[in-house]
Ligand binder design. Structure first.
Ligand SMILES: [Zn+2]
Length: 446
C-alpha cells in the first residue's frame, strides 16, 4: 500500500466497487467432548465459559471474483474437511481453492476434531464417537457459513492499518538453559476494516502472532482470541470481529497459569483479549488506508524435504525401547511403511497469496510457522502492506525456520513425531517456502 494513500480521507463512498458479506456459525459442542491441543488432559469438557465460532468474510471485487476469509476458534483443520469444503464452495458459488483462506486461532480450549493431531489423544470408543459427531457437523457448518457470507454480499469500503499489542513472548527462551536464545516476536496487529456506505463498521479482521494457550482447563472457550473478538463485538454492536492467527508457532501469551480451571487463568486470558481488542479498536477509530481491488490470488505447494526417515529395522528395534506416546508414533510410521512401501521424503506444503490492487498483500502459510517467516516476508515485501497469516489449511506440524531447525528444541525437531511425520524437516525448509512465496508473488504481478 502506497504511503501517499494515507492522506486520503477514507469514506464509505470511496471504494464502492467492493461488496462484502459476513456470517458466523456457533460451533460450541452440545455434549462433553475431549478438548484439543494438549496431550495431557484426562477428562472431557465439563462446561462452557464462552461460545466458539467459525466466521466467514466474503469479498467480491470489481471483476466479480469472490474471495473468502474464514476464521475459527479451533486448534486446526485436516485435509478431509478442507477438500470437502473447497469442493462445495466451488460447486455452490464457483469459488476456486486459492480464493478461500482457512485460518484458525489454534485455540487449545476447543473440541478435538477429525484427523487433527490424530496421534496425540487416547480416546475411548465413546469419546471417539463424540468427536466423529462433532466433526461431521463441522463440515456442514463450514459450508453453511461460506454460503451465507456470499448471500450477504453488499456494498462496502475496505481499510487497512496496523496497531501493536505486547503480550506475545518468544516461548523458546522460557525453558531451563534457553535464556541465551534470541527471542524474536512480532507485536503488529494488522486490521482489515469493512464499512458500509453509511460508514457503519460491518466487520473487522485483526491478526496477532501468538499461541492461543492462555487457558488449559476443561471448559470450552475461545482463549484470548475468543475474548478479543467478544470484547470487540461488544464495543461495536452489529459488527463481526474475526481473529486471524499469524506466525505464532514459537510465541505464548505470557505470563500464563498452566493446568487449571483457576479464575486467575481466565482473568489473564480475558485481559489479553481486551488488550488485543483495544489495539484493533484504536486502529479502526482512526483514519485507515483505503484498500482497493481486485484481489489477485494464487496457491501452490512448496515441496519441503524431510531429513532421513528411520528404516524398518530401526522402527522395529524402537518397539522394544519406546513406551507411551513415542511407541504410538513409532508404530504409526511402521504401519505407514507397511501400507505404502516407503515413508514420504517430502511434504507438499500449501502456500497462498492474495495481492490487493492497492498494494496490500496477504501471504497464507500452512500449519504452525515460527515468527521468522512473518518477519522475513514483511522485510522482503513491505512491513506496512504485508500481512503474513500462519495457521491456515491443515495443522501438519510446526514449521521451523532454518535458525530454529538448527537450534532444535520443541518447535525445531522434538514435536515432529507428535504429528506423525517421518523425520524433522530438511535444511532447505525455509528457502523452499520463501521460494514458493516469491514465485506466487511474481505470478500475480500486474
Ligand atoms: Zn501449537
Amino acid at each position: 500500500m502506497k504511503r501517499a494513500a494515507a492522506f486520503l480521507l477514507w469514506t464509505g463512498a470511496m471504494t464502492a466497487a467492493w461488496q462484502a458479506g459476513v456470517a458466523k456459525v456457533d460451533i460450541t459442542p452440545d455434549e462433553p467432548i475431549f478438548l484439543a491441543g494438549y496431550g495431557g488432559r484426562q477428562d472431557p469438557s465439563d462446561g462452557v465459559t464462552q461460545r466458539i465460532w467459525v466466521k466467514a468474510l466474503a469479498l467480491r471485487d470489481d471483476t466479480g471474483a469472490i474471495s473468502v476469509l474464514t476464521t475459527a476458534d479451533l486448534v486446526g483443520l485436516d485435509v478431509e474437511l478442507l477438500e470437502y469444503v473447497r469442493g462445495r464452495a466451488k460447486a455452490m458459488h464457483g469459488i476456486p481453492p486459492e480464493r478461500i483462506l482457512f485460518n484458525y486461532s489454534h485455540n487449545h480450549s476447543c473440541p478435538v476434531t477429525g484427523g487433527v493431531l490424530k496421534l496425540y489423544y487416547v480416546l475411548s470408543a465413546q469419546q471417539k464417537a463424540a468427536v466423529e459427531r462433532y466433526t461431521r457437523k463441522l463440515h456442514d457448518q463450514y459450508v453453511d457459513v461460506i454460503d451465507r457470507a456470499v448471500k450477504d454480499l453488499g456494498p462496502v469500503a475496505l481499510g487497512f492499518e496496523q496497531g501493536l499489542a505486547g503480550f506475545a513472548v518468544n516461548r523458546r527462551r522460557s525453558r531451563p538453559g534457553t535464556r541465551k536464545l534470541p527471542g524474536p516476536v512480532d507485536h503488529d496487529v494488522p486490521v482489515l476494516a469493512v464499512r458500509t456506505p453509511n460508514n457503519k463498521l460491518k466487520a473487522a479482521a485483526f491478526g496477532y502472532s501468538c499461541h492461543a494457550t492462555a487457558l488449559s482447563g476443561t471448559k470450552v472457550n475461545g482463549d484470548y482470541p475468543g475474548y478479543a473478538q467478544e470484547a470487540f463485538e461488544q464495543r461495536n454492536p452489529g459488527a463481526m470481529a474475526m481473529f486471524v492467527m499469524g506466525c505464532g508457532g514459537d510465541a505464548n501469551p505470557l505470563p500464563r497459569i498452566m493446568n487449571s480451571n483457576e479464575p486467575a487463568a481466565y482473568e489473564l486470558a480475558t485481559m489479553y483479549g481486551k488488550i488485543l481488542a483495544t489495539s484493533a479498536q484504536l486502529v479502526v477509530d482512526r483514519k485507515m488506508i483505503p484498500v482497493e481491488g481486485p484481489i489477485r490470488a494464487a496457491m501452490g505447494s512448496a515441496e519441503i524435504p524431510f531429513q532421513t526417515a528411520p528404516t524398518r529395522e530401526e522402527l522395529i528395534a524402537n518397539q522394544k525401547k519406546f513406551t507411551g506416546p513415542r511407541l504410538r508414533y513409532n508404530n504409526y510410521l511402521l504401519a505407514e511403511l507397511d501400507r505404502d512401501g516407503k515413508l514420504p521424503d517430502r511434504y507438499p506444503y500449501p502456500v497462498q497469496v492474495w495481492r490487493f490492487g492497492s498494494g496490500l498483500t496477504m501471504i497464507g502459510l500452512t500449519g504452525e510457522p515460527v515468527i521468522d517467516y512473518c518477519l522475513r516476508f514483511k522485510s522482503t515485501y513491505g512491513a506496512d502492506s504485508t500481512w503474513v497469516l500462519g495457521y491456515n489449511n491443515e495443522l501438519l506440524s510446526y514449521i521451523p525456520s532454518l535458525r530454529v531447525l538448527k537450534e532444535g528444541g520443541y518447535e525445531g525437531t522434538e514435536a515432529i513425531p507428535e504429528y506423525g511425520l517421518p523425520a524433522p524437516y530438511g535444511w532447505a525448509v525455509e528457502e523452499v517456502i520463501a521460494g514458493k512465496v516469491e514465485e506466487l508473488m511474481r505470478s500475480l504481478e500486474k
